[in-house]
Design a protein around this ligand. Structure first.
Ligand SMILES: C[S@@+](CC[C@H](N)C(=O)[O-])C[C@H]1O[C@@H](n2cnc3c(N)ncnc32)[C@H](O)[C@@H]1O
Length: 288
């Protein structure tokens, strides 16, 4: 009888080890204080273990899934840290070259303009250079943290581009440097841009070219900002722009393996640029 009890106790112990790991080793008989004692193991397996198991199941249910920590870290990333890291990466040689090229393009095509609105300006790196060249620049961005890094020469406004908090006819030109594809509603942004522009005002929209080697390379990098893009269809954006502007389009800036070169090739140029001139009032309705 005693042998059977020992046998049963050991079976229960083995069953518990198989089901829940090594916790049963800790099973101590509440009567004699010996680990593995048949009566203690029996009590453990039939009463204590199920209670512990149900508690641990509940705890597991409430736990975040594996990998959630990383995902959460990204979703709730400290915006200040993100802005700081963006600025640091912009100081690197490659990005400096990119900014120089974009700046050269902008200066050339903004000739004759004075009041410039940059939509989605981030830390206003290019805008600061435009200000140094005599333009009066306002930077609009939804991220206060990014705007905190903007230099004093650039007037900054923290708001959604869709809300465009400026009176009608306030600017000679609106620029969107790799920002329009990141906003929620680009149609609204374009419509409001037309309204804050003076008659004959210009818009320059620099878009990432999703067909480019650069874009495809960046997309493979899980940390790349390119992955946050909301609108990849550049033709759709071009059509929306054409509602209020007379549009010209061109490709610019080949980038491959961290090297910049001149290219107007739709598969090699990293940027697709749309330049628009505001249509006279009434011409919009005629077009549509
Ligand atoms: C890829 S970054 C480009 C920043 C800057 N133009 C540059 O070239 O360094 C896109 C920017 O758009 C801003 N942005 C995204 N959605 C926005 C919105 N709805 N209104 C205003 N800014 C927005 C982001 O905060 C970010 O600074």
């Amino acid at each position: 009888m005693q042998t059977e009890a020992v046998w049963l106790g050991r079976r229960l112990l083995l069953w518990w080890v198989a089901a829940f790991g090594f916790m049963p080793v800790l099973a101590v008989c509440p009567f004699c204080g010996r680990p593995g004692c048949p009566s203690g193991a029996g009590l453990y397996a039939t009463v204590i273990a199920p209670i512990l198991a149900s508690r641990s199941r509940r705890a597991r249910r409430n736990q975040k899934p594996r990998g959630a920590k990383v995902a959460d870290k990204r979703a709730g990333a400290d915006p200040n840290e993100t802005a700081k890291r963006y600025l640091e990466s912009c100081r690197k040689g490659f990005w400096q070259e990119v900014f120089q090229l974009e700046l050269k393009y902008l200066v050339e095509h903004l000739a004759g303009c004075r009041d410039i609105l940059s939509v989605g300006c981030g830390p206003a790196i290019i805008e600061s250079e435009l200000a140094k060249r005599g333009f009066s620049v306002t930077g609009l961005d939804v991220s206060r943290e990014a705007l905190d890094y903007a230099p004093n020469q650039v007037r900054t406004v923290a708001d959604r581009a869709e809300d465009m908090p400026f009176p009608k006819s306030s600017f000679d030109a609106v620029i969107c440097v790799v920002s329009l594809q990141f906003v929620k509603d680009y149609r609204q942004v374009l419509e409001k841009s037309a309204s804050v522009l003076r008659p004959g005002g210009r818009i320059i929209v620099m878009l990432l070219n999703p067909e480019s080697v650069f874009f495809k390379e960046r997309l493979r990098n899980s940390d790349s900002y390119v992955r946050r893009i909301r609108h990849a269809d550049t033709r759709d954006i071009e059509r929306a722009l054409a509602v209020s502007f007379q549009v010209q389009a061109e490709y610019l800036m080949g980038v491959e393996q961290g090297r910049l070169f001149e290219s107007r090739d739709p598969h090699r140029a990293a940027l697709y640029i749309l330049r628009g001139t505001k249509l006279p009032v009434g011409a919009e309705e005629e077009k549509s």
